[in-house]
Design a protein around this ligand. Sequence first.
Ligand code: B12
Ligand code: SF4
Length: 515
Amino acid sequence: MRGIEKEARLAANLLPAAIAFAILHSMARTSSGLRTLFVVPPRMSLLNRDSAATQVVPLVGLASIIGNIKSEFPETAFIDAFAEKLSFKQTLKKIEEFNPDVLAFSCLTIQINDAAEVAAAAKAGGKPPVTVVGGPHASRVPMDTLAEFPAFDYAVAGEGELTMAELLRLVADGSPASGVKGVYSISPDGVRAGEPRSFIDDLDSLSLPDWSAFNLDAYCASFRLKSQRIRELCVSINRGCPFNCIFCSKIMGNKVRKRSIPGVIDEIQRDIRDFGAGQILFTDETFTVDREGVVSLCEAMISSGISDKISWTADTRPDMVDDELVALMKRSGCFFLCFGADSTDDDALKIMKKNARAANIYTAIRMCKAHGLQTQAAYILGLPTDTAQSVRKNVSGALKVNSDFATFSILVPYPGTKVMEMAESGNEGLTLLTKDWRLYGKQLGYAMETKNLDRRKLEKLQRNAYFRYYLRPAKIRNVFRIADVKMVFFYFVSHMLKRLGVKPGARLGGGPAAQ
Ligand code: B12
Ligand code: SF4
């Protein structure tokens, strides 16, 4: 095997690039022995606060891919370098130890540069693996991702379960995977290939997410203190959202595809029984988009006794809850709801194409409070038309809404969104500052500013929003209840460092640039 590799490497130096590519891809990979390693990259940028200051949860998308390929490819493993707080070097060491044939990354936009650096370093080692990238960033701009980061051989757009299985079969055969729907590639001689794969209609046809490759102790349950030691697992009950908010990446398309409720109940019971879950995070983009389905789910959680064993939390839109539903959700174990409020101003909601009214968030929070649910509302600052005054007005509204927790993000032009289109055109009141993806943070970023508010002003308004919100007697203790104190500390230290001239893309120790 090593001899074959040597020969292949020698050939790679002598033959034209296209042939070398084919040889490297065909190195002795039998289907069942194919070693596949999925990786969430480590956090390597010093001020990448978005990824540090939010929940870090086990990714159900990756667990689902693993669950759907594991019987055919048993030599599959997973490293969440981000959750395990591994450095670049530690991540690389673990990759080398596993010695993968295929190295596959899952990345948000803010993680893509870090993943590319790890991929490049892994490829420079003794046995270069075939590298694949999937997840939100690659899904929206697969070709651009490959052109920008040659360390990736393939980019997968959309859902990975079926695509990855087909890709691995071809790699195991030593064939190029460029014909697989959903797989994008640029060959060494520049030929681009790839076409979209349709969304999976029948989600019940998929195997359950497999958590056995995860180090579940590396995560902390959402909205709980680490000391509470509750194990949280993620469950997705449907995919897709019918709305078209201008800032949303719309990874899962417009059509809502639902799972059967008995299937979801089986999964939760399995998560409790086999993986010790004490809390469930429903990761659906709009959990209550199918009201009937949620009613059936809650009733089934109550009748099966699940609601006595676990608590749960979810995200939804403020216009998609009602009193009866909230009461039922609470009875079935829900303790916390997050709302994409976005703004407390109707005009701003119109600009965002939210298709909702500001009044909805006031009503939603009131209802939740009446039923004893804790709440978080997420607001966005920095719309094209925003001024300091309109931002302060939005924040004053948030104070009146008075959810237990609030986040104030600065609008980010994620690739593939309408906001990116507007920012790129440069004539809709938004200015794109960079395409360095490490700077695409919602909390401390540098991606965009507006015609009325430069970055400095935007960030000052954001800081003031947090001060106004949390420096109130009834709220200050909340900061310490969910966001562990380190995160709050990191938020302010990051701002200070930035003021002192540290570039948001500066490296944490251990990354290649720091060596
Ligand atoms: C639940 C959720 C969260 C949860 C869980 C995080 C998570 N990463 O799953 C929480 C609340 C923690 C969260 C936080 C954040 N989130 Co979030 N989140 C979502 C949401 C609503 C659903 C994700 C999900 O579970 N989907 C269901 C599963 C089954 O699908 P999936 O994860 O996408 O995986 C599938 C495919 O993507 C693909 N795939 C994924 N990885 C790979 C890898 C390979 C190799 C392959 C082949 C395929 C593949 O196959 C999977 C199975 O089909 C999405 C919106 C959306 N619809 O995607 C936003 C989304 C992913 N979040 C987003 C953002 C920006 C964030 C934050 C940065 C925001 C912030 N600052 O607060 C943080 C980052 C936190 C972190 N460290 O990861 C953006 C990402 C945009 C981008 N281009 O980067 C999204 C797309 C929402 C948006 N704005 O449009 N989020
Ligand atoms: S932000 Fe939420 S409601 Fe709007 S399109 Fe995205 S998932 Fe749907």
